[in-house]
Design a protein around this ligand. Structure first.
Ligand SMILES: *Cc1c(COP(=O)(O)O)cnc(C)c1O
Length: 329
């Protein structure tokens, strides 16, 4: 059923296409995590990317591949926030109309940011799937091009450019810790890192509250899971029942996909803030969370990807102050 996986050559081509449109983020050592683990631990500071997440890599690569005709009609997507924000930014750079469809679960700070980036916003239903129906309508009736958040070769190749940077910065990388939702980031990074350094392990990390990829791997095919609120809201959403690329790539290239509790994710956010002086969102904290929870065994350098920083600051304050994270102030 699935189409052929994205190649190293396509990821290298994506890198040439998006150079100058994205920040080449640093990979820096973490003394506190290195001491704790007994091996060098590095943090890939991708939360410092323009728009606050790695999603700009894939969105920029996808925008660049549109025809003049497609650009005239505009682009649309369903997004839990960061992809919509990245697409809005990339579309504005090209002078292209962007319509972003999202569910009511998406936090208000993310909605405001996308509106500020000049995109039109449609808030539809309670799940990613409801938002997707509106996208399908815009494609069919108004001729917009859908730029999906993960299950697309241009998106996977764009996200994979981070894998090239990781191997450049830490050539001896033993284990890469990658946040997983739809699997575009994990598929792209794994394709790049495994091609350049076949012995490296790629460990996906997600949240226990509604991990569609983990449930799909267990079932042997894409399945639906019930969505629930999580500190890692950027990891919400399904992988699509007719998934064409990321399910097979994650299944074939990743060594494991771990799930973390909300408390373990909160510990990752708190460590990033208190020890590394970095403000990151829940989705970005799962790598550090997995290390702190002693879920990772590594015999060489570990790289944890900090994938985004778009957290509501009131929520961030509650987490780092140790308050119950879901309670309203
Ligand atoms: C989208 C996102 C992820 C997950 O990426 P997928 O490609 O959907 O697996 C992780 N972290 C952040 C901050 C994100 O925005």
């Amino acid at each position: 059923m699935s189409d052929r996986p994205v190649t190293l050559a396509e990821i290298e081509e994506a890198r040439r296409a998006i150079v100058g449109r994205i920040v080449r983020t640093p990979t820096l050592p973490s003394p506190s995590l290195s001491e704790r683990m007994g091996v060098p631990v590095y943090l890939k500071l991708e939360h410092r990317q323009t728009t606050g997440s790695f999603k700009l890599r894939g969105a920029s690569n996808a925008m660049r591949r549109l025809s003049a005709e497609e650009k005239r009609h505009g682009v649309t997507t369903a997004s839990t926030g960061n992809h919509g924000r990245a697409l809005a930014h990339a579309a504005r750079l090209e002078g292209v109309r962007a319509v972003i469809c999202m569910s009511r679960l998406v936090p208000g700070n993310k909605v405001d940011e996308i509106r500020r980036l000049g995109a039109e916003i449609r808030i539809i239903g309670n799940s990613q799937d409801d938002a997707q129906e509106e996208v399908d309508r815009l494609v069919k009736e108004d001729g917009l091009t859908m730029v999906p958040p993960f299950d697309n070769p241009a998106i996977i190749a764009g996200q994979g450019t981070m894998g090239l940077e990781i191997v450049e910065d830490v050539p001896e990388v033993d284990t890469a810790l990658v946040p997983v939702s739809g699997g575009g980031l994990a598929a792209g990074v794994a394709a790049a890192v495994k091609a350049l350094r076949p012995r490296a392990k790629i460990i996906g990390v997600s949240m226990a509250a509604g991990a569609a990829m983990r449930a799909s791997l267990d079932a042997g095919h894409p399945v639906l899971v019930e969505e629930s609120e999580s500190l890692a809201d950027s990891l919400g959403g399904g992988i699509g029942l007719s998934n064409r690329y990321t399910f097979a790539m994650v299944r074939d290239l990743l060594d494991d996909v771990l799930l973390l509790s909300e408390d373990e994710i909160a510990a990752g956010i708190t460590h990033a803030y208190a020890m590394e002086r970095e403000i990151i969102e829940g989705a970005a904290a799962v790598g550090i969370g997995a290390l702190l929870a002693d879920r990772i065994k590594a015999s060489g350098p570990v790289v944890a990807i900090l994938s985004g920083r778009n957290i509501d600051m009131t929520q961030h304050r509650r987490v780092v102050c140790g308050d119950k994270h879901m309670e309203e102030t």
